[in-house]
Design a binder for this molecule. Structure first.
Ligand SMILES: [Fe+2]
Length: 236
C-alpha cells in the first residue's frame, strides 16, 4: 500500500484536514509540496486535474511494477523499496503543465509537445532541495524517466548506463501501464499488446536488462493490470 501522501500529491481530495490555512498534521514531504498545492489553487492546474483519469491507480501500479523490475535486476532490497516509494512522483512536474495540454483528446502540436516535455525539468526543480534519499531518488526519476536507452529521449539525450537505473526502471513501468490504460488521446491496449511493445523496445527505448526483469516477473506484473500472466498464449 502506498503512503497516502504520494497519492495526495496528485489527488486533492486526499490532502490532510486543513485548519487555519495549514494541514493539521503533515510529514516532511507534505511540507515540501504544500506551497505547490497552494499555488495551484490560485491559477495553475490543480493536482486533481493532472493528466489521467485514474492517476492514483496509475502511480500505484507504476510503483509496484518498478519494484518488481528493480528486484529482478538484483538491486538491494532497500534500493528496491526506495524506488517503490519514489516512483509515484515521476510526473509531479505535470503540475506546471496546462490542463488543456494534459487533457487534450487529440495529437499534441509540436509546440504543445515541447511544453509537455518540460514536465521533467519542472519535476526535478520541485524536488531538487530535498536532502533525504527518498527525495533524491524521486528527483533522478522525475528528471530522467523519458530518456531512452539509445539516446533519443529527453531532456538530456542520455543513453545506456548514463541514465540513472532508477529512471530506466520507471520508464518501463510507466510506459507499460500507460499503454494498458485509456487516455484522452487513445484507447487502452490489450495487456498482451503492451507486453509485446515493451519487449520490442528492449535495447532501443528501454534497458534490455530491465526488460528481461520485466519478462521474468510477467505473471505478477500482468496480474496488476488484469492480465492472465500468459503472454505466450498470445504468441509472444
Ligand atoms: Fe512523464
Amino acid at each position: 500500500m502506498l503512503p497516502t501522501f504520494w497519492l495526495c500529491a496528485r489527488r486533492r481530495c486526499n490532502w490532510p484536514i486543513v485548519r487555519n490555512g495549514w494541514p493539521a498534521r503533515w510529514s516532511a514531504p507534505q511540507r515540501i509540496f504544500w506551497p505547490v498545492r497552494k499555488k495551484s489553487s490560485i491559477g495553475s492546474p490543480a493536482p486533481s486535474n493532472i493528466g489521467d483519469g485514474d492517476t492514483g491507480e496509475h502511480v500505484s501500479r507504476v510503483a509496484q511494477i518498478s519494484q518488481l523490475i528493480a528486484e529482478g535486476i538484483g538491486l538491494p532490497q532497500e534500493r528496491c523499496r526506495m524506488i517503490y516509494l519514489a516512483a509515484p512522483l515521476h510526473d509531479i512536474g505535470k503540475i506546471g503543465i496546462a490542463d488543456a495540454i494534459l487533457s487534450k483528446p487529440g495529437k499534441l502540436t509540436a509546440e504543445e509537445f515541447a511544453r509537455m516535455q518540460e514536465h521533467v525539468t519542472i519535476g526535478a526543480r520541485i524536488l531538487e532541495r530535498g536532502t533525504s534519499e527518498l527525495i533524491r531518488t524521486a528527483e533522478l526519476i522525475a528528471q530522467s524517466h523519458h530518456e531512452r536507452w539509445d539516446g533519443t529521449g529527453y531532456p538530456d539525450r542520455l543513453s545506456g548506463a548514463d541514465i540513472p537505473v532508477e529512471a530506466r526502471i520507471v520508464a518501463i513501468a510507466d510506459v507499460f501501464d500507460a499503454l494498458c490504460s485509456e487516455r484522452p488521446y487513445k484507447a487502452a491496449w490489450t495487456v498482451e499488446a503492451a507486453y509485446a511493445e515493451i519487449v520490442r523496445c528492449g535495447g532501443s527505448h528501454f534497458d534490455p536488462a530491465c526488460v528481461a526483469a520485466f519478462r521474468a516477473n510477467w505473471p505478477e506484473i500482468s496480474a496488476l493490470v488484469g492480465g492472465d500472466g500468459l503472454p505466450q498464449a498470445a504468441g509472444f
